[in-house]
Every structure is written in C-alpha cells, then in structure tokens.
Design a protein around this ligand. Structure first.
Ligand code: GUN
Length: 291
C-alpha cells in the first residue's frame, strides 16, 4: 500500500511559516502584505477556490480582499481594474481567477498584471524567468508540488518525472521547475496526442497527472513504488451526496494506491498546497517590493 502524502498537513506547515513572515513584515513596514483576488462571474468552482484563497490569506495575516465582478464585465473594464491595482502601492499581489469568459482575451489580461505583483506567476516575463532558472514568482500549483515532494523526502535528482498535461497553469511550468538546478529531474511531458502513453507513464519515478479527466490514471499505468501526484479536481455526479457530486482526481486513487509507493489524495493533496504557495508568493512579492 502506498504512503498517502498529506497535502493538508504540509500546507499547514507552509502557512505557519508564511504567517510568521507576514507578522514580521507587518512589524517592520506598518502594514500587512496585501493580496487582491479578482473574480469575474459566478463559475461555481472558481467561487469556491477564491473563497478558500481569501480565507487562508486572512488566517496567515495577509490583508486579502476579493473583488467580485459580474460575468458580463468587459475586457476594457477588467484591464482598468488591473491598472488600478498595479498603481496602488499598498497592493503586493494580484490574482485574476481563471478561466475567464470566452469573450475575454486571457493572455491580454495576464500581460496587464505588473510582473512584480503577479503572484500566480503567469505573466510571460515571469514564465521566461522560470524557464531561464532565474528567481521569480513561481506558479502556485507546480511550486506546491515541488514543496510537497521536498518535505516528503521524495528524491527528484536524476529521477524520471513524467508530467501528464501541457497546460500553462500546471503542465508546462511543472516541467520547467522540475528541470531547475537543485531539483534536477529528467522530464517527459505527455498530452492528449501522446502515443503509447501507458508505456511512458510506467517509466515514471514521479508521475504528475494534470489533465482534468476523472480517474484517468489506472494501476496498470504506474510503476510499482512510484510517487504519484494527482493535480485533478473533477466533479462526478453522486446521488448519495447531499450536494449531488463528489470530487475525484485524475488518478484512480483506490487502485493506484495498491501499486504506488506514495500518492496524493483528492481532496487534501495538491489543492491545499496551491493555496499555501499563493500565500508564500504574496509574502515574497511584498518583501521584494519593499526592498
Ligand atoms: N484556475 C485554476 N487554477 C488557477 C490558479 O492557480 N490561478 C488562477 N488565477 N486561476 C486558476
């Protein structure tokens, strides 16, 4: 049976460190690190993520405010909102929750955020720094996965890491982070057009699933003893639950647990780490801006 990697517990440790740092920042600068979360529309999952982010930030002593706007907010109005936050010297971090409406150019919105306040690490300047191995605000989910591997004692140097998924939010930055000096993995990125997928995933020492397909990774795709990181959060219908659905990852947890050496659960794995790293990035952005 695989060891379950407790993301909630590791995230709590990160959040405690951030709370300490935020208190010190406040003592030194007379104000708390400040995060502004922009939520456009009423996407149910986004609402729930944003609530969780704002609550966690408050608990860590970060001044967090959610700016909720109606679904029909124009791109021009969204860009104006961001420009105001960029210009506000008391704001350290800006996060625009994705996805945005189809009518809005997501790339243009991300590029509008001051890179120094880009706590998601999505701005092309920060993505470039990441690929170049320069210090940057690292995308929260991949950074959280690295932190989780580190704190669980999973060896990455020379290990074969296979990333399933090539999104800008997880797959691509995950691959860049794993290649960094000090992490030193050998990285393969797979996606929907990859041939003989199971053949490749079975070679993984560390398998990271970020494809957004419920329970896609099955036991036969996993090498015995491998570390399996499940980034997926999928809602599947479940009439036995009061809310009508349950959350499952991209990995068939039950079956893969029998094969893997270590595995992250859903919920309680990567999700809490993403939030913890957002808080860490907000503190880091505040410190850099104060210098
Ligand atoms: N939507 C899903 N994940 C994320 C994330 O990490 N940041 C933002 N802004 N939106 C998301």
């Amino acid at each position: 049976m695989a060891q379950t990697i407790d993301g909630t517990a590791i995230a709590a440790a990160v959040r405690a460190d951030v709370a300490e740092g935020a208190a010190a920042f406040r003592a030194q600068h007379g104000r708390a690190p400040a995060l502004r979360v922009v939520l456009v529309g009423d996407h149910p999952a986004s609402q729930s993520y944003v609530r969780a982010k704002a609550r966690a930030a408050g608990e860590a002593g970060i001044d967090a405010e959610t700016l909720a706007r109606p679904a029909d907010l124009s791109q021009a109005d969204l860009l104006a909102l961001i420009a105001g936050l960029n210009a506000d010297d008391a704001v350290d971090g800006i996060l625009v929750q994705l996805p945005l409406a189809d009518a809005v150019d997501e790339g243009a919105v991300i590029r509008a955020i001051d890179p120094a306040k880009d706590v998601d690490g999505f701005h092309p300047e920060n993505v470039g720094r990441l690929v170049l191995g320069e210090p940057t605000l690292e995308p929260c989910t991949p950074a959280g996965i690295v932190e989780m591997l580190r704190r669980s004692g999973v060896e990455t140097a020379g290990a074969h890491a296979v990333v399933l998924g090539r999104s800008n939010i997880v797959g691509k930055p995950m691959a860049s982070l794993l290649l960094r000096r000090g992490i030193d993995a050998t990285v393969t990125v797979c996606h929907s057009r990859t041939r003989d997928l199971a053949e490749i995933t079975r070679q993984a020492d560390v398998l990271i699933a970020a494809i957004g397909r419920a329970e896609f990774v099955t036991a036969d795709m996993v090498r015995p003893g491998a570390t399996v990181i499940d980034v997926g959060i999928n809602r599947v219908e479940d009439a036995t639950r009061e809310r009508g659905y349950r959350l499952v990852g991209d990995v068939d947890f039950q079956a893969v647990s029998e094969v893997a050496g270590a595995i992250t659960p859903v919920p309680g794995g990567v999700g809490p780490m993403t939030i913890a790293m957002l808080l860490q990035n907000t503190l880091e952005a505040a410190r850099r801006r104060a210098r």
